[in-house]
Design a protein around this ligand. Structure first.
Ligand code: ARG
Length: 495
């Protein structure tokens, strides 16, 4: 048997269908390059520790670089995973006496956990960058719509007037929490399990901190059992993605509703729309619908990972392999959805006239009228609530005379006698002055929204710098690793 893994212990050759069932080769395309980086770092460390000879080290390094160049398509896909397939290719290239030394002091268990973390941290930074762009677009669109009056909703019923800027800022704030959650998850993803080997570490005098540093990790997953068997970093990351998708799904739902003929608040750009194969007039918001739909798949990925990891005894179990595809599916879907939403918002047409004309529909100024009754006449809010509630049964906005008539029925006196004027009523029923009054922190008054926008722009810049710093650190480590690899190869050639 030529299979470098099975030839010792197992007498039977691999069965095709069983291999298909147990193999992770398809999903491992995500970690091919990571595996090469992990192999390079481990090999250099083995040499530095005197575990393998310099010449063997440089041959292995050259072999690994050649395999990277060849690409994953040139690996033997009948192996059960990328790690063993890559090692077998290396042995083909440089011989077993050399290539067969690479796996000293290591197991696929610490290797795969390292590879997943290596790729996931980059995806996490990518998602943070995608989120930044979406937040920026939301803030920019909000900035252009500080005075765009619209009805705000509760229970999807017209509630009180607000502005589009205030509404968009709400979504931007939710996404900035998603950003923070991603950054927090990153700090637990970017840790190195390498050197844990199968679970009990190794008797070779390896230097875990050296490979950790080479690969740009911020520290170790120290306990070697925990290092190979824990996937809470996947659960946490998938949770972050699911939360993002829930937020995007809510925005998508609004895009769908707002672009109906009934609402007509916005028109989405044609590139985000589809049409009907039978109804020629249709312009359907399919992209928004699919963001909403795909949120279900991402939530599903989180559920899958949770269910797979539940009740696994320590340490490594092959079940863990089944969790991995879910993280790639969820991160890929979430990143694409963020980009779609960003484009949709950037290119949508806002029908501000429609929004404005709808802003007072459904007596949205009723709360302000009740507040005005309280402030002008000193009656309790609950009493004012009752008076305006009775008025709301009628159609249209009430006049001072109508208010007085109802007040007389409720409290036995007219409110104009207590200081309510035509002018105050008029002001209360005006959407614009409603909004202008709401200056408390986080309220929709244009001056408050402008303050808020400025503050959010500053936070965004801070977040931008934070990602840059993390990216620079990782890139610096990988660059250094490749330089060391290069030097190892050159030094041995000089001998
Ligand atoms: N393909 C495996 C995974 O994704 C790699 C580790 C295999 N380890 C083992 N002992 N079979 O988990």
């Amino acid at each position: 048997m030529s299979d470098i893994l099975r030839r010792g212990r197992l007498a039977e050759a691999a069965d095709k269908e069983v291999t298909m069932f147990t193999s992770s080769m398809d999903t491992d395309k995500w970690i091919f390059e990571a595996d090469i980086a992990v192999d390079l770092a481990h090999t250099v460390m083995l040499k530095e520790q005197g575990i393998i000879k310099s010449n063997d080290c440089s041959d292995i390094l050259e072999g690994l670089l050649a395999i990277k160049e060849m690409g994953i398509e040139n690996l033997d896909h009948t192996y059960e995973d990328i790690h063993i397939s890559l090692e077998s290719k290396l042995i083909d290239l440089v011989g077993e006496n050399v290539g067969g030394r690479m796996h000293s002091g290591r197991s696929r268990n610490d290797e795969v956990a390292t590879c997943i973390r290596f790729v996931l941290r980059d995806e996490m930074l990518g998602i943070m960058d995608d989120l930044l762009k979406l937040r920026k677009t939301l803030l920019k669109t909000a900035g252009e719509n500080v005075e765009t009056i619209m009805p705000g909703f509760t229970h999807l019923q017209h509630a009180q007037p607000t502005t589009l800027a205030h509404h968009l800022l709400a979504h931007a704030d939710a996404l900035s929490r998603d950003f923070k959650r991603a950054a927090d998850a990153f700090s637990r993803v970017n840790l190195s399990p390498l050197g844990a080997a199968a679970f009990a570490s190794t008797g070779f005098s390896i230097e875990r901190t050296r490979t950790c540093e080479f690969l740009g990790f911020d520290g170790l997953v120290e306990n070697s059992m925990d290092a190979v068997s824990s996937r809470d970093f996947l659960i946490e990351s998938a949770g972050v993605f699911a939360n993002i998708m829930v937020n995007l799904s809510r925005m998508a739902e609004e895009s769908v509703i707002w672009s109906t003929s009934e609402f007509n608040f916005i028109e989405l750009n044609d590139i985000y729309a589809s049409t009907s194969s039978i109804m020629p007039q249709k312009k359907n918001p399919d992209t928004a619908e699919l963001i909403r739909g795909k949120s279900g798949s991402v939530i599903g990925s989180l559920m899958s990972i949770l269910s797979i990891c539940k009740a696994l005894p320590l340490s490594y179990n092959r079940d863990l392999q089944e969790a991995t595809p879910n993280i790639w599916l969820s991160v890929e879907t979430t990143r694409a959805a963020i980009r779609m939403m960003e484009g949709m918002i950037k290119t949508m047409k806002v029908n501000s006239d429609v929004m404005a004309s709808q802003s007072v529909n459904g007596f949205t100024t009723a709360t302000e009228l009740a507040d005005t009754l309280v402030r002008s006449t000193g009656i309790p809010f609950r009493t004012a609530h009752q008076i305006v509630g009775v008025l709301a049964r009628g159609s249209g906005e009430p006049t001072l005379g109508e208010i007085d008539a109802v007040a007389y029925n409720v409290i036995g006196e007219s409110l104009s006698a207590r200081g309510l004027t035509e002018e105050k009523v008029c002001e209360a029923l005006d959407a614009k002055s409603n909004i202008k009054k709401r200056v408390v922190p986080g309220g929709p008054a244009p001056e408050e929204v402008k303050r808020s926008l400025k503050n959010r722009m500053n936070l965004l810049e801070e977040d931008e710098q934070a990602i840059k710093k993390l990216n620079t650190k990782i890139c610096g480590s990988i660059k250094k690793l490749l330089e060391v690899v290069d030097r190892c190869i050159k030094d041995s050639g000089n001998k």
